[in-house]
Design a binder for this molecule. Structure first.
Ligand SMILES: Cc1ncc(C[n+]2csc(CCOP(=O)(O)OP(=O)(O)O)c2C)c(N)n1
Length: 620
């Protein structure tokens, strides 16, 4: 019988012998490859964390004890070992389990996540609650070396000094974020990795000194008595110990027995402990070991070749942006591209290759990336900061305080704006329009198609103040290519000049608006269609003009309702007494769960059919 068959509930794993662990880990890897190759998902991080998860599950008692994952993209084995084996077959699909820990999914998911560097903060909160309640559950935060570069993680590490009870932090160090890890922390961990294990080293030193008669023994005793000074001599740096944590490691993160011993020891210490485990991203699957970035988050693939099952169709918006930025930097070396640990995802990897001086990766540090860019701008450069919509949420204050307030010319490329599909609620890019358009002095744009993205980027680079361009995940729309009015500040683009019904659409929704227009045309109605290029202010002149021969104003956007163009336009219509009836079509103010983007649009009524029906309903 397969060992995995005997694991149906949390803690079942403890019934298996230590000798069975290597085979169990092989079975887990086969299982993970099976589901991720079918459903897509995070492959490399999960394969690297199999033994680590197994070891934790053998020393902890779930759900009483708490494992708090960071990012959570490595928690598939945890889900598998906590009674979700069958459910995992529909991982990341509509109604199936999420690709990230989710409190509503299982009692064993102590804390939800998706964004990086939160685990130590949350674990400290759990530890304080335990002190207040007088309970004795164990609390473990699992954080990657990439996530440890994030400001929140460092703020939390600083705060561990206040802790008077045990907290185990497992540092899962695979030398990589999605791409190579960057910065001082990465260098520091690299030094520890290349140094010999502290414990062995200490023994070696004691043995060597003891072999020198008389003097040797005396010195060895002295050193033994002074734990700190010997560590200071032989461990490269003492960052964690100096911060008040007990450091254990480095430990082989693919050896369950060694990790169990380290975790048990760490859990006995009265205070914060960091166990440093070394793992390999993609472990056990050659294609992922060789190409960990490609297999970070991946669409369905053939296990044998590692090739994607669905051939890519057309260029993505990210690729279109990357190519245009390449041309712009070629023309103007004052442009500096900035990423927060996402050179591949944001399309900046090619910029790094061609113009290394004009490229900066600051690590998983969106807040820092924005203020860093503000500094560059204040010093006369033109930073282009590419960040996913969902991660830009982190840098709200920096955009207000460091960029907009000083009117600095920073260009923000907000990728993955709108629905993102299977990564689900933690990753949807549906809030940025709301939180960006309320900031004074910020120009916010959204292109209807690939060409317009390029035109907007050129416009943004040559503007003066801060400019945002938001564009969605996936294949760039190439339709409506005949409509290419030059981009001019706060001028929107009328695509069809019709009557009675005006459809104002933003970004990708312009294509949908055209489909709706065709349907209405079949009913003999000639609606107007306007591409709202500038989202930050409502085009009052346009609304007044439209009111002359239209009665219904339909706004169509893939963002939450609050703060949408439609809602703001409706307020202007009411305030200014403009004769138009608004019909605001957006997503609801909800967290949108994982499913494919098409399923999500279907569910929330953002398809051409659904919009057409809503209009017909309204006009009767
Ligand atoms: C705030 C934030 N920024 C960016 C990301 C995108 N992201 C997901 S995983 C990851 C790398 C994490 O590296 P590490 O913590 O070392 O974990 P590993 O994948 O190597 O196991 C990044 C940058 C994110 N999840 N959250």
């Amino acid at each position: 019988m397969a060992l995995l068959d005997s694991i149906n509930e949390p803690n079942d794993i403890k019934e298996l012998s230590e000798e069975a662990m290597p085979e169990l880990c092989r079975e887990i890897r086969r299982f993970l490859l099976g589901i991720t190759s079918r459903n897509g998902g995070h492959v490399a991080s999960n394969l690297g964390a199999v033994e680590l998860t197994v070891a934790l599950h053998r020393v902890l008692d779930l759900p009483k004890d708490k494992i708090i994952w960071d990012v959570g993209h490595q928690a598939y084995t945890h889900k598998l070992l906590t009674g979700r084996k069958e459910a995992l077959l529909s991982l990341r699909q509509k109604e199936g389990p999420s690709g990230f820990p989710l409190r509503s999914e299982s009692e064993c998911d102590a804390f939800g996540c998706g964004h990086s560097s939160t685990s130590i903060s949350a674990a400290l909160g759990f530890a304080k609650a335990r002190e207040l309640k007088g309970t004795d559950e164990k609390i473990v935060a699992v954080i990657g070396d990439g996530a440890l570069t994030g400001g929140m993680a460092l703020e939390a590490l600083n705060n561990t000094a206040e802790l008077s009870s045990n907290l185990l932090i497992v540092l899962n160090d695979n030398e990589r974020s999605i791409s190579e890890n960057v910065g001082g922390m990465a260098n520091y961990l690299g030094n520890i990795r290349t140094s010999k294990n502290y414990t062995n080293l200490k023994k070696d030193v004691e043995n060597a000194l003891n072999s020198v008669p008389f003097v040797g023994e005396k010195i060895a005793n002295k050193i033994r008595a002074s734990k700190d000074s010997i560590k200071r001599l032989f461990v490269p740096g003492m960052f964690f110990e100096d911060m008040g944590l007990t450091y254990i490691g480095p430990i082989d993160g693919h050896n369950v027995r060694e990790m169990e011993t380290a975790f048990k020891s760490g859990l006995r210490v009265n205070g914060p402990v960091l166990v440093h485990v070394i793992t390999k991203k993609g472990k056990g699957y050659r294609a992922a070991e060789d190409h960990p970035a490609k297999f970070h988050g991946v669409d369905p693939f053939y296990i044998k070749s590692g090739d994607l099952k669905e051939e890519k169709q057309g260029e993505s918006y990210t690729e279109v942006f990357s190519k245009e930025l390449h041309k712009l930097i070629d023309e103007n070396r004052k442009i500096v591209a900035v990423t927060a640990a996402m050179p591949y995802g944001t399309g900046l990897y090619d910029i790094k290759k061609s113009f290394p001086e004009n490229f900066v990766d600051v690590g998983i540090a969106e807040e820092h990336a924005v203020t860093y860019a503000a500094g560059l701008a204040a010093a006369g450069f033109t930073p282009v900061v590419a960040i996913y919509s969902t991660f830009l949420q982190r840098a709200f204050d920096q955009i207000i305080h460091d960029v907009a307030l000083q009117g600095l010319h920073v260009v923000f490329m907000v990728d993955r704006a709108g629905l993102v599909g299977k990564d689900g609620a933690t990753h949807q890019g549906t809030f940025d329009e709301a939180f960006l358009t309320l900031i004074p002095g910020l120009t916010v744009m959204s292109p209807k198609n690939a060409t317009e993205l390029c035109d907007m980027l050129r416009f943004a680079v040559n503007e003066k103040g801060p400019v945002v361009i938001r564009y969605p995940k996936g294949q760039a729309f190439t339709g409506l290519s005949g409509y290419r009015e030059p981009v001019a500040s706060h001028k929107n683009e009328i695509i069809i000049n019709g009557e009675k019904i005006a459809i104002l659409a933003t970004g990708v929704m312009t294509g949908v608006a055209m489909d709706v227009w065709r349907k209405l045309a079949e009913d003999g109605l000639n609606a107007s269609v306007v591409n709202i290029r500038f989202l930050d202010s409502i085009d009052k002149d346009l609304l007044r003009d439209l009111s002359k021969n239209h009665t219904l104003l339909v706004t169509l956007e893939e963002v939450v309702r609050t703060g949408s163009y439609g809602e703001r336009a409706a307020a202007v219509i009411a305030e200014e007494g403009i004769y138009l009836n608004p019909l605001i079509i957006t997503l609801p103010n909800e967290f949108i769960r994982h499913a494919s983007v098409d399923e999500q649009r279907e569910e929330y009524g953002l398809t051409a059919d659904a919009v057409y029906e809503k209009i017909k309903d309204r006009i009767g």
